[in-house]
Write a protein that binds this ligand. Structure first.
Ligand code: ADP
Ligand code: MG
Length: 327
């Protein structure tokens, strides 16, 4: 028979948005030494956001965001969504563009009517428009060509392709962002880089509290990701996580859990993806976050139905409260 206190405990858990699939794991949660979080989709939203903007002299951040958002208007790319959202947040009004083109794997380009940026527009005799002259014919008639400007947004690979050198200030900005694991895209007016935008993982608001509450209970928090060391370090520093495992291949995630267990630690793993399933199975307490894939849910001992990482701490407290009574 199921002890009464256990039955009460699981129904209490259910009321708190936790689906307990394995009662023994639920009981062990009160003794956890280490909680390992998957990064993407668990601690971060799995999206990118614009975290920094740089400009050349004479341009404001709003100028750069406005034009970049205009050119990205029709792109589905995650980078485009981040730029449009950043522009929306600033409340700038976005000019219309013509002749939008996705430059596969490099960026986007479009033609903007007059007023593209603060400085007077020089007639377009750029290397960029020469080498891509076919596309210009479709962007409009030649009569008022001087009032139009080709504007592009793209990564370092677009600059290389167009043989454009960013000025010193933009290069320094890009180096610094890169060292923090952030991606950089540039805004080009004709063949001049006039701004740069740094993009980073969007950290979920709940993650800060989730980690702090576990640490305040004396539990070590670690983060596991397939992303680069730079990206991992930036997110871990932001969240106050001491231990990170970066550049971990999907098939090696469970090895990291085993390593911790070999150090005599009782380990929980929190994840959402198919990639996380073996690690969830390996962990003493496997915790799937609610939005997770079926495979993650099937591999977990507890499912956090509300998709809230703060529920990990609540789970530990609930386990401690319930099972103390049994002894
Ligand atoms: P990934 O899927 O790795 O982002 P893509 O082929 O989509 O690869 O893009 C490669 C790079 O090209 C991006 O990292 C970025 O630098 C640039 N890029 C692609 N699309 C865009 C876009 N819409 N806006 C800005 N930069 C872009
Ligand atoms: Mg994930």
């Amino acid at each position: 028979a199921v002890p009464l206190v256990v039955a009460i405990n699981t129904s209490m858990a259910a009321r708190n948005g936790m689906l307990v699939r394995d009662r023994i794991a639920m009981e062990q949660a009160r003794n956890l030494d280490t909680v390992v979080f998957d990064k993407t989709g668990t601690l971060t939203a799995g999206e990118q956001g614009v975290v920094d903007v740089a400009t050349v002299d004479g341009w404001t951040e709003d100028d750069v965001l406005t034009l970049a958002a205009a050119v990205e208007g029709d792109s589905e790319h995650m980078i485009a969504q981040a730029i449009r959202e950043a522009a929306r947040d600033r409340g700038v009004s976005i000019p219309d563009v013509r002749g939008f083109e996705a430059l596969e794997g490099r960026g986007v380009r479009a033609t903007v009517e007059t007023g593209a940026g603060p400085a007077p527009i020089s007639p377009s005799t750029s290397a960029a428009s020469e080498s891509e002259s076919e596309s210009e014919t479709e962007t409009g008639a030649a009569d008022d060509e001087e009032d139009r400007t080709i504007v592009s947004v793209g990564g370092p690979n677009l600059l290389r392709h167009l043989e454009v050198e960013p000025d010193e200030s933009l290069s320094a900005f890009a180096d610094e962002a890169g060292s923090r694991g952030q991606g950089v895209v540039y805004l080009l007016r004709e063949d001049e880089a006039v701004g740069a935008l740094a993009l980073a993982d969007v950290i979920r608001e709940e993650s800060y509290e989730a980690i702090e509450s576990l640490q305040s209970m004396g539990i070590e928090v670690a983060m596991l990701t397939g992303d680069t060391e730079d990206v991992a370090r930036a997110v871990a520093e932001e969240l106050g996580i001491d231990t990170t495992f970066a550049e971990v291949l999907p098939e090696d995630k469970d090895e990291k859990i085993l390593e911790l267990q070999r150090q005599n630690k009782l380990v929980a793993m929190v994840g959402d993806g198919v990639n996380d399933a073996p690690a969830l199975t390996r962990a003493d307490v496997g915790i799937a976050i609610g939005s997770g894939t079926d495979v993650a849910v099937e591999s977990a001992d507890v499912v956090l139905v509300e998709n809230d990482p703060r529920d990990v701490g609540r789970l530990v407290r609930l386990s401690a409260k319930s099972y103390r009574k049994m002894q």
